[in-house]
Design a protein around this ligand. Structure first.
Ligand code: ATP
Ligand code: MG
Length: 405
């Protein structure tokens, strides 16, 4: 018996009132993007559900893709049969047998879109239920929380039956919450922060600072590979690599070590904010978690954050490292992130950074720097790459970015 269709149930977007149409449209588009390798599938959405007509495409492969689409609460593989009671009985028995466990409980839930069909929903429930009890044993009917729920839908063009409900990724469709610039290092945390923002409907662009020759080509590749990993959830992600060598060398030269970390981070945040402005982002996202390192105390965050009024979202702020690692493993970024290529923060890290930097001191020290000039040169040197989930960063197409600045 062949699966002909996947029935998709929307997540939280069902409660979004007037925005509902917008959410459904976006989800529709995102599903289409995720399934673009399957040429013949046909997607149709209505207020309550989405139907994916497989047109002979492989159901398991399509469902594996759907698992990564935010905004989907659950989905079910559906078998379509001719619109007769006999065909429905055969299919229901076959499908329940596939799920069979000793003494399992089940119920039949019929919906009828075609009211001309000979039997009403109660009759269908009874007739099909009796057939299952006869043909599959030992089983029993249970209305509340049965092991298996058989969903039967009588529509104009056939009867659609499903027994299996798989959970979707949850969240909101990517692109429904605006765009944020993700500050992406090569570490464990920032890819997880990006993933969580996409889960709440943001689309992201990745901003990565690198300092050749102090940081290696492998460190850059690692950041791009991490971007490819999270592109799995939101389609292509623009990766913006910002040359940071001059700024780090200058800071090392003129700023006392205790304050170099704070000022380095302020420069990163200023630059990210400038890029955000040019690219119409609404927020900045980073992977900070309270108390994890010296730059992540509230005093440090206050001193660093002072350079912008743009919302800086920190999805990991209250999470323990173990919880973050667990998500990194689930989304397959962990193994990459722990590869030993160091990013610019690690290479230039002072041995004893201030955990409670004083703002007036920071401002005074920054007067020694040509902030505007250094920023402009960094912005002029940005290279952007569009990274998809299958991108091999070695081969990606890099374009100079100068037209924008
Ligand atoms: P991560 O695992 O994300 O590197 P971390 O715990 O190592 O985080 P830091 O290295 O202090 O913490 O960085 C804090 C945050 O600053 C990162 O999560 C990231 O958002 C941003 N960040 C750090 N280094 C870079 C970089 N080279 N390019 C872009 N963003 C960076
Ligand atoms: Mg780091």
């Amino acid at each position: 018996m062949q699966i002909t269709e996947i029935l998709v149930r929307y997540g939280e977007l069902s409660t979004k009132g007037k925005n509902r149409k917008f959410f459904i449209k976006k989800l529709h588009r995102n599903v289409r993007t995720h399934l673009r390798q399957f040429n013949t599938v046909k997607i149709s959405s209505n207020r309550d559900r989405m139907h994916i007509d497989l047109n002979e495409e492989d159901a398991d492969a399509v469902m594996a893709e759907l698992k990564d689409v935010f905004g989907i609460q659950s989905f079910s593989p559906v078998v379509k049969v001719e619109k007769t009671l006999e065909e429905a009985k055969k299919a229901v028995v076959h499908l329940v047998k596939q799920q069979f466990t000793e003494n399992m409980t089940f119920k039949i839930m019929t919906r009828r879109a075609d009211h001309d069909f000979k039997y009403d929903t109660n009759e269908m429930n009874r007739l099909l239920g009796t057939e299952v009890e006869k043909a599959v044993q030992p089983v029993s009917v249970k209305m509340k929380n049965p092991d298996v729920t058989v969903r039967v839908e009588v529509r104009k063009d056939g009867i659609f039956i499903s027994v299996d409900t798989l959970s979707g990724a949850g969240g909101l469709p990517v692109g429904t919450s605006g765009k944020g610039m993700l500050m992406l290092s090569g570490g464990i945390d920032s890819p997880v922060a990006g993933y969580l923002s996409m889960k709440r409907g943001m689309s992201i662009e990745a901003v990565h600072f690198h300092s050749p020759p102090y940081t290696s080509p492998q460190a850059l590749k690692k950041a791009k590979d991490l971007t490819a990993k999270i592109a799995r959830f939101g389609g292509d992600v623009t990766f913006l690599e910002v040359p940071f060598t001059e700024i780090q060398e200058e800071i090392k030269k003129v700023i006392p070590e205790a304050y170099s970390m704070t000022i380095t981070r302020r420069m990163m945040l200023r630059l990210t904010d400038a890029i955000r402005g040019h690219r119409n982002g609404l927020a900045i996202i980073n992977g900070e978690s309270l108390g994890q390192v010296a730059s992540q105390t509230l005093e440090s965050m206050t001193a660093i954050n002072e350079v912008t009024n743009t919302p800086v979202l920190r999805p990991l702020i209250s999470m323990d490292k173990n919880d973050i690692i667990k998500i990194a493993q689930d989304i397959d970024t962990f193994d990459l992130a722990v590869q030993p290529y160091e990013d610019c923060c690690t290479v230039f890290a002072p041995s004893r950074p201030k955990t409670k930097p004083r703002l007036h001191k920071v401002r005074e020290l920054e007067e020694e720097l040509d902030i505007e000039g250094m920023m402009q040169r960094a912005l002029d040197g940005i290279v952007d790459t569009v990274i998809g989930k299958h991108s091999d960063s070695e081969q990606s197409n890099e374009d100079a970015f100068d037209s924008l600045f």
